[in-house]
Design a protein around this ligand. Structure first.
Ligand SMILES: N[C@@H](CCC(=O)N[C@@H](CS)C(=O)NCC(=O)O)C(=O)O
Length: 208
């Protein structure tokens, strides 16, 4: 059976929980104390040398970290329901969007948080530079403003269908908008998108 390392109330692990629930894949779950730093301790770093969650361990013992890589692996294990794409074109589109989300929105938003409001928590875990935080927030804002234009007429980030990109983006943006960078009320498409995800039976099932 797959082993799934996760933490309650953490947005990246939640992305994988969303995918597992939608696909109906059973895993053996291990809860790691992220607040207490267990993920940075020797025992967990032996599992995932990156010291972060989520991590999936295959029955063959291979460790897969990174939400996007885990999503692709799970899609190959169980294609139905499709979350990456049913055709080469759809798969290319969702992978393109995930990559854009990572570097235009999620990474700058996360850095914006970690170098400001989150500095005390992340200080012992990674290099912190207070000057970076404010700039990262501006870059994240630019990314979200761009995403707002891309969402015009669409229900989800890749179009009319929910994909793994939504499973990943929604919990991150929800969490970071609560603790650090509130959504702009003028972003009508994004506001509607967040409400749509909140009312989704899986994505909106648990709070963050
Ligand atoms: N790019 C990684 C991000 C993983 C990540 O940042 N995980 C957070 C939890 S939401 C974490 O482990 N934070 C605690 C830490 O870095 O010590 C992914 O896609 O999995």
């Amino acid at each position: 059976m797959l082993k799934f390392y996760t933490a309650p109330m953490a947005p990246n692990p939640r992305a994988v929980e969303n995918i597992l629930a939608i696909k109906g894949i059973e895993v053996e779950t291990f809860s790691v104390d992220l607040i207490g730093g267990e993920n940075r301790g020797e025992a967990f770093v032996d599992v995932n040398p990156a010291g972060q969650l989520p991590a999936l361990v295959t029955p063959e013992g291979q460790v897969i970290a990174e939400v996007a890589a885990i999503a692709e692996y799970l899609e190959e294990l169980k294609a139905d329901p499709v979350l990456v794409g049913a055709t080469a074109g759809e798969r290319a589109h969702s992978r393109m969007r995930m990559r854009q989300m990572d570097y235009l929105v999620l990474s700058p938003m996360m850095m914006g948080y970690r170098h400001t409001e989150g500095a005390e928590f992340f200080g012992p875990r990674m290099r912190i530079d207070p000057a970076i935080g404010a700039t990262m927030k501006l870059i994240a804002r630019d990314g979200l403003t761009w995403l707002e234009t891309q969402m015009q007429g669409d229900d989800f980030i890749c179009g009319k269908q929910l994909t793994f990109v939504d499973c990943a983006v929604y919990p991150l943006v929800l969490f970071l908008s609560k603790v650090s960078q509130p959504m702009d009320a003028d972003w009508k498409n994004m506001t509607a998108y967040m409400a749509r995800c909140a009312s989704h039976e899986v994505l909106g099932a648990k709070s963050l």
